[in-house]
Design a protein. Structure first.
Length: 196
């Protein structure tokens, strides 16, 4: 038996060591590949493959998903996990939205990392920095909220009666080079939001 060792780093200083025992026969030597469509590290041998590790570019807090919304999901879209697609072996995601009713509000849990066409796999992350945003007149450190427009955010506190969701904060105030850190939090009651 031969052995092949793979070191996988996640950028945080931790390294995962994987050692595989393989036969010495023809075609038994496995290959490793990073699947950028699903964010998975795969091992293939003899024409078959299995997922060794899942994550987006080594970033903790990421997961592959399948876009079954019928439309494109652009980078930075706020989403929630909407279903499990057994055919694809992936969870699906749809646009989060704030409404007047708790029964129709769909709170954000993740963010689309890069634009994904419909019927295509992509990557979700639990935080993301948006750049080149017009944040002129805003204050660094102030919150941004889940918007009443599906998938979006707003720096203006929504005029809703029930719960509000803080989904990030301003990290640079500028008319052309502004930045926002998206990181969805648990929803809070409107009376609490008024005090932020």
């Amino acid at each position: 038996m031969a052995a092949k060792t793979l070191f996988v780093g996640d950028g945080s200083g931790d390294t995962i060591t994987v050692e595989l025992d393989i036969g010495s026969g023809a075609g038994s030597n496995p290959g490793f590949r990073y699947n950028s469509s699903t964010g998975q590290l795969e091992v293939s041998s003899d024409g078959s493959s299995f997922v060794l590790w899942s994550g987006a570019s080594g970033i903790p807090g990421s997961m592959p998903f399948f876009n079954n919304t019928g439309g494109q999901l652009t980078a930075g879209t706020l989403v929630y996990i909407s279903a499990y697609n057994s055919g694809q072996g992936l969870y699906e995601a749809a646009k989060a939205i704030a409404t007047e009713s708790n029964t129709t509000t769909l709170y954000a849990t993740m963010i689309v990392d890069a634009t994904v066409a419909t019927a295509t796999a992509g990557i979700l992350v639990d935080r993301k920095i948006l750049t080149a945003i017009n944040t002129d007149g805003q204050t660094v450190g102030r919150p941004v909220y889940l918007n009443t427009s599906a998938g979006g955010w707003t720096h203006t506190l929504p005029a809703l009666e029930n719960r509000i969701q803080v989904v990030g904060s301003i990290i640079e105030a500028h008319v052309t080079t502004g930045r926002i850190m998206l990181k969805p939090n648990a929803p809070i009651w409107r009376t609490q939001a008024d005090q932020i």
